[in-house]
Design a protein. Structure first.
Lengths: 806, 229
């Protein structure tokens, strides 16, 4: 028996790797086809396939025992086929999220998407779940294979996405599934004839499948698709990485003109441009630069040009340099040296290599130093000080205005970040941050509140003497000075605004009549907010404002989340009169996803209980049965709470979202796999407290000391930081891998019929957990999320399945 | 008003009346933001006259008189009637005005403008949409609405200046040529948002001295501040 379960280690690991990779790949694909937040909703709901598998296995327990080899290999095979087939079918569904409020058929389309995309996960979960049930006496080995496979999958997908387009990656994962099927057929010593033929013919079909079949078919409303409708516009280059799919568009007949926030008084627009789209949206541009600065005059007609007019900055740092427009702005203003920091190497590649000549070798001049990396990572590791630190408009206007980013973490605009930037300013230097203007105002006000808080924490006595704020109709620029703003600088600001029809919103000594003159709002909101936030009324203003504009912090880094529950009744009452635009769609979708996941999970668990009362092996009148489900439900929630919280903690430590997710996720899963393998000796009801107490102590320790460690290791090399991260996470993951197999082993002795249930409940809980974790973090921060996880672990421990009653 | 009145059957006329009632209700609710208690009579008459169902694809006709945007193909939409109404009202048009529209789309907005203004010039960049719109306007008798296919960034130089401009096509900024083609005293309206949801309306005005200002308006009754500040 042991050798049988050991032989399954490989195929179980392979299908887990393929399924986890598939989940991440679908997120990529649907972020390109639709938008990220809808992708998140669709994939989250599709993952309910894991839970449904538990119910399916519970109903078919008897058959499972008799026909395990066939069921196992069939499900591996079905996963391999369903992975590309369901995606192909999903592409045919004309789902348009923008119409969901009006058009009921969109809900039907959405439901079809859930069903289709749940299928591959259902088959993968059947394969793993059936193996766990079949080899329940040695399940820690199978579970270890599942976790280790998922850990390997999280590495594999990053590798694949760096080297292949998402469509190609889909086919590779299908082939991996087929390979797992073949390995399983051999491992289980099944007859290879027909099965082998099926696997070979499928593999052949996958290999010769035209790539355009699996290329994402964009929603007609995505920016790239819209741009391509312009006569003559065509994609001239595409690249893909886990950070996004990049498309470069050239439009020779109808010039591209990307100049957000351009002054109403500007006489000219931008020079010839190439458009750059990320995930088929969020357009930015590469300017043609031939060394003639006169062509860049439009860059002086933006609110972001303000700091260049206040004093004469020479040493500039551009955070989020992207396609280089802010670097050009610095060049236009005769900067002496420019440090440009950009995270995405593929965007840099465009400007530095592929279109270097077009862009005037922007990133290779004597004055420009390019740094590939994350902004916070750069600022914490550099000893340079600057006359001007500029933070560009990194997000797209459309997505920002619609609130797509509401549930996304952003460490660029936190109180701690602004403190770091300030410390790197020369005396008299400026920090300039430009943001899109939302109506009613949100981003800019939070930024102002964040800046005021950062200055307070830096023990600056009078923050209001060091802050400037101006706005056009589309953008605002906040300038924070390392020093007191002088009358000369205020005069320069007045001139700058006057000639460009921008409005001052705040400067020391500003009068109400100087505000709201060119870009007229119903009230001078920005001025009112600035006076309150920089005066004694800040907290009252934040409490009274109908959106959440509290400063964002590293523990609660949701800069784009402005929703206040108190405002919901008013917004709902205005729903039919356009009130929907007051809600951030990202947050709305997150809540909708949670509600759907909760309702679907409970229905999927309760309905079968009513239909197949005895067949399911679950006794609704037994408190032991319920407590067992509660145990696995709590575990499912807690595991992901910890995982998600620490991914974020390590994003700040490793200063790279992608590395952090990859390192943390794979280490968690691989070490949990090891923990699962080595928990055999701990099995009693008290024994469960060993991993639970260890998890609690380690989590608490990390929460308390992590920020200190981050500061101590500021200048450490990335490789050392990664190694250290692995060392820190591995013990936590090791213990987190134990509670599941420990209880499963107990069940195999006492109530084996509940094993598929436990597998399913864990699946449902995992889906709910990922969504709930984000909501908790948005509302309360990551530390509270860790506390919640620890409490759930204890709740689980108290409900550990009891031993057999004699 | 040159356009021939379009004869609608009773059914559609009743649907339009109902729609206008809903729009008027919404306008009243939002009046403090729009600087008007109610829509101008000429806007109401235009809404009553123009057969919106003629401007939507066949499969969308059942929804033509619902107060919501509808897809018209080519990744474009016909705007929500309420938004069309308040945008038109903000232009404060009379029958002597010359109007430029950037982004013809379904041509519904152009037809509404054609009912009120003297001459309407509309430009569409997407070829199939532009030709379909041109034919439709002709068939429905809007002789005062002139359409062409092209890049709206440069406006319609030969017919400039204009008393009013409507920009319905998305742009990263207000094109300087359009500001130049706006007459002193003229008004330009731009909806800001995505294709299905208008987040704010931008009214650009040029005073008699040529000074340009904007006003940003929410199409919904909402004040973000409570209390005194």
């Amino acid at each position: 028996m042991t050798s049988d379960s050991a032989r399954l280690f490989l195929p179980v690991g392979m299908v887990s790797a393929a399924a986890l990779s598939y989940e991440i790949l679908l997120m990529r694909l649907f972020s390109i086809i639709q938008w990220h937040h809808f992708a998140y909703m669709i994939i989250s709901l599709a993952l309910l396939g894991y839970g449904v598998s538990g119910i399916f296995l519970a109903i078919n327990r008897e058959r499972l025992t008799r026909h395990f080899p066939t069921i196992f290999t069939a499900n591996l095979f079905l996963f391999s086929i369903a992975a590309p087939a369901c995606f192909l079918a999903a592409q045919q569904i004309p789902f348009n999220p923008a119409e969901i409020l009006w058009d009921p058929s969109q809900l039907g389309y959405l439901f079809c998407l859930y069903l289709l995309l749940a299928l591959p996960f259902f088959f993968a979960a059947n394969a793993v779940g059936s193996a766990i049930y079949r080899f329940r006496e040695q399940l820690s080995l199978v579970y270890a294979a599942d976790l280790a496979g998922a850990g390997a999958g999280s590495l594999l997908i990053v590798f694949l996405l760096f080297n292949l387009f998402p469509g190609q990656t889909l086919l590779v994962l299908s082939l991996l599934g087929l390979l797992a099927t073949a390995v399983a057929v051999c491992a289980l010593r099944q007859q290879t004839g027909f099965r082998g033929f099926l696997v070979w013919i499928s593999a052949l079909a996958i290999c010769i499948m035209p790539l355009q079949w699996v290329s994402p078919e964009l929603s007609p409303y995505k920016g790239l698709k819209q741009q391509l409708r312009v006569p003559g516009a065509k994609i001239v280059h595409q690249a893909s990485s886990p950070l996004g799919q990049i498309a470069v568009v050239k439009s020779p007949l109808t010039p591209l003109r990307y100049a957000p926030g351009l002054s109403l008084n500007a006489m000219t627009g931008p020079p010839e441009q190439l458009a750059v789209f990320t995930d088929a949206d969020g357009m930015t541009a590469i300017d043609r630069y031939d060394g003639d600065k006169a062509n860049l005059g439009y860059l002086d007609q933006m609110t972001s040009a303000l700091p260049y007019h206040l004093n004469k900055p020479e040493r500039i740092l551009i955070l989020g340099a992207g396609t280089g427009l802010d670097v050009l702005q610095a060049i236009y203003h005769e900067a002496e040296s420019i440090d440009a920091v950009e995270l995405n190497p593929q965007i840099i590649g465009l400007v530095r290599t592929r279109y270097a000549e077009f862009a005037g070798n922007l990133y290779a001049t004597d004055k420009t130093n390019l740094h590939v990396g994350e902004a916070r990572g750069f600022i914490t590791s550099t000893r340079n000080r600057y006359d001007l630190i500029q933070i560009a408009l990194l997000d797209a206007f459309g997505s920002s205005a619609a609130g797509h980013y509401a549930p996304a973490e952003n460490y660029l605009y936190t109180v701690e970040a602004l403190q770091d930037y300030y410390r790197h300013l020369q005396p008299g230097g400026y920090l300039g941050i430009t943001r899109w203007i939302k109506m009613p105002p949100r981003d800019t006000l939070r930024l102002l509140a964040t800046a005021a808080e950062a200055l307070k924490r830096l023990n600056i006595g009078y923050p209001e003497r060091q802050i400037l704020l101006i706005r056009g109709w589309q953008t605002s620029t906040l300038a924070v000075k390392n020093g007191v703003i002088t009358p000369g600088e205020i005069e320069a600001l007045r001139r700058f605004c006057e000639t460009r029809s921008f409005d001052p919103a705040y400067f020391p000594g500003i009068l109400p009549k100087e505000t709201n003159r060119y870009n007229i709002l119903p009230q001078p909101y920005f001025f009112q907010a600035a006076k309150a936030l920089l005066g004694d009324d800040g907290e009252k203003f934040q409490a009274d404002y109908k959106f959440d504009i509290r400063p964002s912090t590293d523990d609660r880094p949701y800069f784009f989340h402005f929703f206040k529950w108190e405002t919901l009744p008013e917004i709902l009452s205005l729903f039919k009169q356009g009130g929907i635009s007051l809600l951030e769609s990202g947050y709305l979708v997150l809540i909708a996803t949670l509600l759907q996941a909760l309702i679907a999970s409970f229905l999927l668990m309760l309905l079968p209980l009513n239909i197949w009362k005895t067949k399911l092996g679950f006794n609704p009148s037994s408190s032991t049965h319920y407590r067992t489900l509660l145990y696995f439900f709590s575990l499912g929630l807690a595991f992901l709470f910890i995982e998600i919280a620490f991914i974020q903690k390590f994003v700040l430590f490793l200063h790279h979202p992608l590395y952090a997710v990859t390192v943390v996720l794979s280490t968690f899963l691989l070490s949990a796999g090891l923990g699962s393998r080595f928990c055999g000796k701990i099995g009693s009801s008290r024994g469960i407290f060993i991993p639970v107490v260890a998890i609690s102590l380690l989590s608490a320790g990390y929460v308390l000391f992590m920020s200190n460690a981050v500061h101590l290791l500021l200048e450490t090399k990335s490789a050392v930081k990664i190694a250290l991260s692995i060392l820190l996470i591995a013990p936590l993951g090791f213990f987190m891998g134990m509670p599941f197999p420990m209880a499963m082993r107990r069940l195999s002795e006492t109530l084996p019929a509940l094993i598929p249930w436990a597998w399913g409940v864990n699946g449902f809980a995992s889906v709910i957990s990922a969504i709930l974790a984000t909501l908790i973090a948005v509302q309360f921060g990551f530390n509270i999320l860790v506390v919640a996880a620890v409490m759930l672990y204890f709740l689980a421990a108290l409900n550990f399945p009891p031993p057999l009653e004699h | 008003m040159i356009a021939k009145p379009v004869i609608a059957d009773d059914h559609y006329l009743q649907l339009r009346r109902n729609l206008i009632q809903r729009i008027e209700y919404d306008v009243k609710a939002t009046s403090e933001f729009l600087d008007a208690e109610k829509l101008s009579d000429n806007v109401i008459q235009a809404l009553l006259k123009v057969p919106r169902h003629e401007f939507v694809p066949e499969n969308q006709k059942p929804y033509a008189y619902e107060n919501r945007p509808l897809p018209i193909g080519h990744g474009q939409t016909i705007s929500q009637p309420y938004i069309v109404a308040i945008m038109t009202d903000l232009l404060k048009l009379d029958m002597r005005d010359r109007v430029l529209e950037i982004g013809t789309g379904s041509a519904y907005q152009a037809a509404i403008l054609g009912e009120i203004a003297a001459q309407v010039y509309t430009i569409e960049i997407i070829e199939p949409l532009g030709s379909a719109a041109g034919e439709k306007l002709k068939r429905l008798g809007y002789a005062n609405v002139h359409s062409k296919i092209g890049d709206g960034y440069y406006g319609w130089e030969s017919e400039a200046p204009f008393d009013a401009i409507v920009v319905t096509a998305a742009a990263s900024h207000i094109p300087p040529p359009l500001i130049r083609q706006l007459k002193p005293g003229g008004r330009m309206v731009i909806p800001v948002g995505d294709l299905f949801t208008v987040q704010q309306l931008l009214l650009v005005t040029k005073d008699l001295n040529g000074k340009v200002k904007t006003r940003q308006m929410l199409p919904v009754r909402f004040v973000p501040l409570t209390g005194q500040h």
